[in-house]
Design a protein around this ligand. Structure first.
Ligand code: ZN
Length: 218
């Protein structure tokens, strides 16, 4: 049946090969599970209009080949993913090994990305955002309280002030198409971080700790 193929790029399993179970995208009522699931299945895939419509209407399936056996309930006639289980196996462009830490000298500058040890490895591989709604969800979870911010339907604004100046040191606007505008002391600048692959709170913290060029002295 059209649409009932495994959504993982490069996997050809479809509904009528009933050797493998196909599992539907987690429901909208489980936003976090759904977002983690999407982050996995969108690896290596360009999301065109057709596929975003499938996501919106929850017509996305993934076959059991992408789940660890212990992520599934095994019933006599079928398998069902456990709550919060996401596809982690046979994904495009990645090995199926669990998370391997980098050598210490390459992570010195990455302390903001440091993951506490009690988070299961399946949930720390990626962070991805594809829609403004997901962005709002992420932004509503936590924002560094040095920043003033507003989260609105059409755009969200994040400002950091330096008490010596009237204009904000940083003024970051994310619109509903995920377009980012950054101004530094009123000057347009390019945001060096992608809001699609990094939590907004991490970006704000990174901006805050960046050293700005002080300019040329006389
Ligand atoms: Zn598959």
């Amino acid at each position: 049946m059209p649409g009932e193929n495994c959504a993982i790029v490069g996997c050809g399993i479809c509904r009528n090969q009933n050797k493998y179970g196909l599992f539907k995208i987690p429901p909208l009522t489980k936003p976090e599970w759904r977002q983690n699931f999407l982050a996995q299945i969108l690896k290596g895939r360009i999301v065109d209009e057709k596929f975003s419509k499938k996501i919106e209407s929850s017509k996305v399936w993934v076959c059991e080949k992408h789940y660890e056996p212990d992520a599934l309930y095994h019933y006599a006639t079928r398998k069902v993913p456990k709550e919060d289980a996401i596809p982690t196996l046979n994904l495009p462009g990645m090995s199926n090994k669990t998370y391997v830490p980098r050598p210490i000298n390459s992570i010195v500058k990455r302390e903001q990305n440091h993951q506490p040890a009690n988070i299961p490895s399946t949930s720390i591989k990626t962070f991805s955002i594809y829609t403004y709604r997901q962005f709002l969800q992420n932004a509503s979870m936590s924002i560094n309280n040095n920043w003033q911010y507003s989260l609105l339907d059409q755009s969200s604004t994040f400002r950091l002030f330096d008490s010596r100046f009237q204009v904000p040191k940083f003024d970051l606007v994310v619109d509903c198409h995920l377009k980012v505008t950054l101004r530094v002391f009123g000057w347009f600048s390019t945001c060096p971080f992608s809001i699609m692959s990094m939590p907004i709170n991490t970006i704000l913290t990174k901006l805050e700790t960046m050293n700005l060029c002080v300019g040329i002295s006389n």
